[in-house]
Write a protein that binds this ligand. Structure first.
Ligand SMILES: Cc1cc2nc3c(=O)[nH]c(=O)nc-3n(C[C@H](O)[C@H](O)[C@H](O)COP(=O)(O)OP(=O)(O)OC[C@H]3O[C@@H](n4cnc5c(N)ncnc54)[C@H](O)[C@@H]3O)c2cc1C
Length: 566
């Protein structure tokens, strides 16, 4: 069956692509005044935000301060974060947490009834607010409830395929309805991309399978630059063998990392902060132990929680216990958990400022898909949930200012784009034989895990870049097992793979060009930070099918650039 093109039959003031915490928070901000629609490829409550475990940062305690939170964030970022953006986020943090608490989030409590806060890596003070180890689940449910209360329009299980723009501004998107396979055009005065991270570029990742960086890839194709893409966070503790996340909260509650000599090894890498050094440092420490032969079975170490005792584990880490029991057959009350580093978070993303404004008029970005740059070269745990809520609200306000008084866009451009998308998708569906997209994806994951991982060097990066470009050529000949359009998930997986391949190339290219080690980007052949040449953000723009790279300055502020010690 052939995909139908319907005439552009949807028009809204604002389209928000993505129903995770950041997209929902934008929509809540705008719905009272504007006609807003949220498009999402899965039910909102299946967005990856729901999986967040450990918590959200805010300097709630009078002994703590936004300045201390800001300093920890900037130092954690290896000084690549823009300090003006960090200031906004840390000043707004308490407001965001209290707002969600008042909406109903069931935060864990101290004995005297205040919101409980646990220590997290790289933080001078215990400032991570949590709901046991299911913080994202709680936050997303309350935020979704508010979106329903406000009457936000949802297009659920709609897959957005492209941004549509005129010479001067964004005009809308093309999308298909997963149930019917019909391609529709949507016109809007503003589009907000809140599509989450691109973790599935890697094979070993804590991310949901849907985290394929669709928004970032769409933006790149529309000529919008991507920023700092070489900075990929590897979480120190992912479960062996499934790579499911074991929250930093487990170390925050006092868990130990132990090698096969049954020794706590973090004193050799961060003698003061030990297991609670920032993630880049702990991930490298674990990988070094493994590489130097001190890992169990040569590929993992132990996270030992037994000394915390049954009561604490059941109360603070019930989800971690369930995950360990179901997926590794290990009860952390009795035995240590087998863990190794795995991809976790995308520090880079769509280039935008602290209001989410991108270089394309009317296009905004927010949440993990955006690079405002609040995390720089290494994000601190608990700062990402915070980013979604703080900037969701502020970007919503900015979008409101942008669309007020703005005229309608030209529908014809959107109709033409929907037609072009139909031609593209039909050509994939009608191909009778060819490559398997699943095989290409597996190969991509292997290349990225092995050659663009925790440790990198010129030889492996060059080999990865060549291999990715070859996979891109093979992708041109994929054929799908089914050519009908209703609920055709192989078509969706194939379109996602196109996005993953394009982002993998950008990540690897920028990693190759950054000849220094900073935060999560560690080059074995350039083992030190080089502020003189690389205290800069990388920007990659697609110009006439060619990826152009340049560097722009970091916004330095009150915190002086220093050596990072923990
Ligand atoms: C396992 C795990 C645990 C984490 N724990 C923590 C934590 O404790 N603390 C913390 O601060 N951070 C944590 N993080 C990070 C944090 O959860 C995320 O960065 C954040 O929730 C991302 O929110 P978001 O709104 O940007 O995107 P997401 O929640 O990922 O939502 C993306 C949305 O975009 C939609 N979408 C994507 N592509 C398309 C398309 N083509 N068409 C239509 N819709 C599309 C999806 O349907 C989805 O609704 C964790 C991450 C993981 C993976």
């Amino acid at each position: 069956m052939i995909l139908e093109v319907l005439k552009t039959n949807h028009s809204h003031d604002v389209l928000v692509v993505g129903a995770g915490l950041s997209g929902l928070r934008v929509a809540i901000e705008l719905t009272d005044q504007y006609d807003v629609a949220v498009l999402t490829k899965v039910h909102p409550l299946r967005s990856h935000s729901v999986a967040a475990q450990g918590g959200i940062n805010a300097s709630l305690n009078p002994e703590d301060s936004w300045e201390s939170h800001a300093f920890d964030t900037v130092k954690g970022s290896d000084y690549l974060a823009d300090q003006d953006v960090v200031e906004v986020m840390t000043k707004e943090a308490s407001r965001a947490v209290i707002e969600n608490e008042q909406w109903g989030t069931a935060f864990s409590r101290t004995e005297d009834g205040r919101i409980a806060q646990r220590p997290f890596g790289g933080a001078a003070y215990p400032r991570t607010c949590y709901a046991a180890d299911k913080t994202g689940h709680n936050l997303l449910h309350t935020t979704f409830e508010q979106a329903l209360r406000k009457g936000v329009n949802f297009y659920q299980e709609w897959f957005v395929t492209s941004l549509v723009k005129s010479e001067k501004r964004v005009c809308g998107v093309t999308a298909f309805e997963i149930a019917s396979g019909e391609i529709h055009g949507f016109t809007a005065k503003a589009v907000v991309l809140a599509t989450g991270g691109f973790g599935r570029v890697y094979g070993h990742s804590t991310n949901a399978l849907i985290n394929t960086g669709d928004g970032a890839a769409m933006a790149l194709r529309a000529g919008v630059p991507l920023k700092d893409m070489e900075f990929v966070q590897f979480h120190p503790t992912t479960l062996v063998p499934s790579s499911i996340l074991i929250t930093e909260g487990a170390r925050g509650e006092g868990g130990y990392l132990v090698n096969k000599e049954y020794k706590r090894f973090m004193d050799a890498y961060a003698s003061k902060d030990m297991e609670l050094a920032p993630r880049d440092i702990v991930a490298r420490a674990i990988q070094t132990e493994i590489n130097e032969g001190r890992g169990f079975d040569d590929y993992y170490v132990h996270l030992d929680l037994r000394h915390l005792g049954k009561t604490k584990i059941l109360e603070r880490l019930p989800g971690i216990r369930e995950i360990s029991m179901f997926f590794a057959d290990v009860d952390p009350i009795e035995e240590p958990i087998p863990v190794r580093p795995g991809q976790h978070y995308s520090m880079g993303g769509i280039h935008c400022d602290k209001d989410g404004v991108t270089p394309l008029s009317g296009l905004f970005a927010v949440g993990e898909t955006a690079c405002m740059s609040v995390h720089g070269a290494n994000r601190l745990g608990g700062n990402s949930l915070l980013e979604t809520l703080v900037f969701g609200r502020l970007v919503g306000q900015k979008v409101g200012v942008h669309v007020s008084g703005l005229g309608d866009v030209d529908e014809c451009i959107v109709d033409d784009a929907a037609f072009a998308m139909r031609v593209k998708i039909q050509s994939i569906l009608l191909r009778e034989s060819g490559e398997s997209h699943a095989e290409i994806k597996e190969e991509l994951g292997r290349i990225m895990d092995n050659e663009v991982g925790v440790f990198r060097d010129q030889t492996t990066l060059e080999s990865a870049l060549k291999a990715i470009r070859f996979l891109k050529e093979r992708y041109e000949n994929i054929a799908l097992p089914r050519c009908d359009t209703k609920f055709n998930y192989s078509l969706i997986r194939a379109l996602e793979l196109e996005n993953l391949l394009c982002l993998a190339e950008v990540i690897t290219m920028t990693a190759l060009m950054r000849r220094e080690s900073r935060g999560a980007h560690w080059r074995l052949d350039y083992g030190t930070r080089d502020d003189e040449n690389f205290l800069k953000h990388s920007l990659v723009t697609l110009v006439d099918d060619y990826l152009k790279t340049e560097y722009i300055d970091v916004d330095l502020g009150q915190f002086e650039v220093m050596e990072r010690k923990y």
